[in-house]
Design a protein around this ligand. Structure first.
Ligand SMILES: Nc1nc2c(ncn2[C@@H]2O[C@H](COP(=O)(O)OP(=O)(O)OP(=O)(O)O)[C@@H](O)[C@H]2O)c(=O)[nH]1
Ligand SMILES: [Mg+2]
Length: 228
């Protein structure tokens, strides 16, 4: 029984990879770069987008919002004059805790890919499931808020290990917490040595320009051959 279960999971991941490659092909044809933005619920993905998108001068950005239910995040971004599409995993996709390549694919017809340089896919807030499913992205960015504790890289290593950039958010709250930033960075290096990291506060704007520059560089970059 266990072996059957493993097989089913492997087949599902194979199917996901095939569809992720098809998505990547569409993104390539439209010459846009795609970021898969991931974090635990409430780490600040949408707030960071609200802060960074208005600063992305000259980069035509779009957002795909993934949530289990509702359009609250898409509604928050609606005033920013970037194309935003909301994708719900419930009920159409069984209330899944992540976006997979097929869900993203289903949303692509609603996005003006040819008119974009950068598409940010805000994944469902979850530190486990999204890490397992590539959706055709060029880069994976994860947000880890200082309110979550310095042990998170050790407890959720796959998410921290498979991303190109770790954004440490809510830095403005440090003085109220016993979060040990050095210990967090030490733990981060233990699971993903040397991974690029940024210390930011979406609230105060600290570090947000650095994130903007990173996204702008990605949008302008030649295709880097990362595995799908
Ligand atoms: N103090 C402080 N609060 C922040 C910061 N960034 C986000 N928040 C707050 O954290 C809460 C959650 O932020 P969101 O941006 O909705 O988080 P999210 O990751 O998009 O959440 P989900 O989409 O539900 O997973 C909100 O109340 C934000 O105002 C920050 O830098 N500092
Ligand atoms: Mg959000």
């Amino acid at each position: 029984v266990h072996r059957t279960k493993v097989k089913v999971v492997e087949d599902a991941l194979d199917a996901n990879t095939t569809i992720a490659q098809a998505n990547r092909g569409d993104f390539d044809r439209a010459a846009l770069r795609v970021v898969n933005l991931m974090s635990a619920p409430g780490a600040g993905k949408t707030t960071l987008l609200e802060a960074v998108l208005p600063r992305l001068d000259g980069v035509r950005a779009g957002v795909l919002e993934g949530d289990v239910q509702g359009s609250m995040d898409a509604d928050r971004l609606a005033s920013l004059h970037v194309p935003v599409t909301q994708l719900n995993t419930d009920p159409g996709f069984g209330g899944e805790c992540h976006l997979d390549a097929n869900m993203v694919r289903s949303a692509l017809p609603g996005l003006p890919l040819d008119e974009l340089d950068l598409l940010v896919i805000e994944n469902v807030g979850n530190l486990v499931c999204p890490a397992e499913f590539r959706v055709g992205e060029d880069a994976r960015v994860m947000v880890s808020a200082v309110t979550e504790g310095e042990d998170k890289p050790l407890k959720y290593p796959l998410m921290f290990r498979t991303c190109e950039l770790v954004v440490v958010n809510k830095l403005d709250l440090l003085e109220h917490l016993d979060f040990d930033l050095d210990r967090f960075l030490y733990n981060l290096d233990a699971v993903h040595p040397g991974v690029e990291r940024m210390l930011v506060s979406a609230r105060t704007g600290e570090g947000v320009d650095e994130l903007r520059d990173w996204l702008a560089r990605l949008a302008a970059a030649e295709r880097v051959q990362t595995p799908v």
